[in-house]
Design a protein around this ligand. Structure first.
Ligand code: S3P
Length: 178
């Protein structure tokens, strides 16, 4: 399958966007890019450092610049950070691609992010409350932007990737040319 458009994975922290994105890119033999890694490479610093020094607002500005940059490249699989859908200008840019929303329960998110020190928003006393609050504001935005929705809970990432590939091969996504 030759990609005609970017395939953009959206969804909350711990949804498996990077792992699933890598599987899809292997299957399609097309490039994969992790937006958080682009931000870190451009900044020469880690995400916790950026949040510490520049605050969330500084991070969001870098995120918008990185999104704009990767969307200018030929079609690829893009894993975004959970908050990338917040700014209206990002929402507009995301619509250039096929957006795939990885639907994930809070329970599953907690399991997958439990020992992670790289997500500044979760370095709080009660990450469950934080995730619930974020889900309340963000889930409606993910839903609105999604061209494809796939539930990831308890499923192996390879299986989720297969489901997404199946959706992408459907003619209504106009993504294939063989
Ligand atoms: C964030 C999610 C993170 C990263 C940053 C902020 C968010 O990416 O961009 O810590 O606002 O949800 P992942 O969704 O890949 O964890």
């Amino acid at each position: 399958m030759l990609l005609q458009k970017h395939v953009i994975l959206i969804g909350p922290m711990g949804a498996g966007k990077s792992t699933i994105g890598r599987f899809i890119s292997e299957q399609l033999t097309c490039p994969f890019v992790d937006l958080d890694k682009v931000i870190e490479n451009r900044a020469g610093a880690s995400i916790p450092w950026i949040f510490d020094i520049e605050g969330e607002q500084g991070f969001r500005e870098r995120e918008t610049a990185a999104l704009d940059e990767v969307l200018r490249e030929p079609p690829q699989i893009i894993a975004t950070g959970g908050g990338c859908i917040l700014k209206p200008e990002n929402q507009k840019m995301l619509q250039q691609g096929i957006t795939v929303y990885l639907v994930t329960s809070i329970e599953q998110q907690l399991e997958r992010t439990a020992k992670d020190k790289n997500r500044p928003l979760l370095q709080a006393e009660n990450p469950e409350d934080i995730l619930a609050g974020l889900a309340q504001t963000r889930n409606p935005i993910y839903e609105r932007l999604a061209d494809i929705e796939v539930v990831t809970n308890c499923k192996p990432p390879k299986l989720v990737a297969q489901e997404i590939l199946q959706h992408l091969s459907e003619p209504n996504h106009e993504n294939s040319s063989s």
